[in-house]
Each structure stands twice: as C-alpha cells, then as structure tokens.
Write a protein that binds this ligand. Sequence first.
Ligand code: URA
Length: 260
Amino acid sequence: MSDNIRLDKFISERTELSRSVIKQLASKGGILVDGAAVKKTDTKIDPKKNTVTVSGRVLSARRDHYILMNKPEGYVCSTGDRDGRTVMELIPDDLRTKGMFPAGRLDKDSTGALIITDDGDLAHRLLAPGHHVPKIYIVKLARPFQNKYIDKFAAGVVLSSGEEFLPARIIPAKNCEKLAFVEICEGKYHQIKRMFAAVENHVENLHRISVGGLILPEKLGIGECMELLHKDVENLFSPLDFEKFCRDFEDDFSAKHINK
Ligand code: URA
C-alpha cells in the first residue's frame, strides 16, 4: 500500500502552519523536498522516503499524536493494568497509537482534562520540574472557603513534614461557599488534597478544567476523548489569565444554568 500523502497535509500535521501559509511559503521557495523547492503544495510525497524542509527546518516523518480526555472517576493514570482500570482503556481504537501514555496524573477519584500522547518530548516539556505549566482545577471542599487560604496558597504551603509547594492561586466561587478555583504549577502526589489538608479543610471533588492554555471543552463528555491538533498543543504553553478565566467560567455557568 502506498504511504504517499499531500505535501500540505504532511506539513500542517507537523507544524502550526495553516494550509494558506504553507501555500505562500511554497510559492516563495521556502519548502524543499529532497533539497529542491516545490511550489505545488498538492504534490504527493512519501514521508518514509522524502525529506521535507520548511523554512530551513527538516520535519520528522513520524507524526506525534495527542489526545485530550475528560477523565472519569475510577480510572488510574497509568499504562499498566496492575492498578485496576486505566485511562488507556477509554481511548477509542481509531485514536490509539503504540507508545501512548498519560502526560501527567490525576488521582483515581479526580476528573477532567488529561493529555495522552506518544510524544515524549512534549510530556517532558509539560511535566519536568522547573517548567511550571499552570493547571486550573475546580475544587469542592468539605467546609466553607476561608479568605486566609488566598495568602497561604500564594506564599507556598509548607506541610508539617517540611515539604514545600510552589505558590498557588485560589479564587472562591461566587455562588457556592464550598467551591473554589485553584491554579497550581507543579504536579506533586495528591498536591491539592494535601494543600487543603494543611489549612484544615478537605477536598471532596477535584475536576481539572485546563492544562496551560488548553481548556477542557464543555462538549467533551466525561470519559470521552478528542484528538488535539498541533495548534492546540502549542496552546498548552500559553497560559490563561487565571482571574479572567474564573470570572468568565462562572458567568458562563450562571448564564447557562442559573439565570435561565
Ligand atoms: N492534586 C490532587 O490532590 N489530586 C489530583 O488528582 C490533582 C492535583
């Protein structure tokens, strides 16, 4: 079977360039196939045999895959099945590739945005300590929110064991005294649960609504997956404005569910 694909499709799947930008670049000689400029972007190429260069950068033949899952409760973020049901079981066959793994963890009882990929470099950029990609969660607390949490979280919670967490931001929900938005920039074991335990509260539910600049779409039902495009993946590294995001999220929620 032939593995030939259109040049513009090959490039758009591996870069953030749109088809129209690819066309413009090609017309100016910015796209080379095996060292020769190719102006017609519907030219068919064989990624295994041809080398494609875009503005001086050689594109890899391998295409990485990215999935955004709305993780349900009861599944562990792991590729092995020793721990029971894993999120990998929820990936539809047409989205699954060899070597996929969850890029980050949510606890078995947590829900929400989870990236699953076969791109080890992306996982490293997302997870390596020091990279600090912010993640936003909605937290349901056992006891009412207290304003003192804001400064404590901003200063970086320190546990009685001496373990320290990086500064985090927290905003109480307007319409419910036991709901809050929390933004953390690291992913330590049971981090948010332990931060609230340190201020004598308790997390009853934890739902992740964003990773970097990528927001869990409302249309993605619990347990569902969608494939991410290259531009969505780049969004991961353009963080949201936390305060504005929380305000808009609540206004939108009220408009849909309360002020009807
Ligand atoms: N913090 C937690 O405590 N649990 C999660 O699943 C994510 C962040």
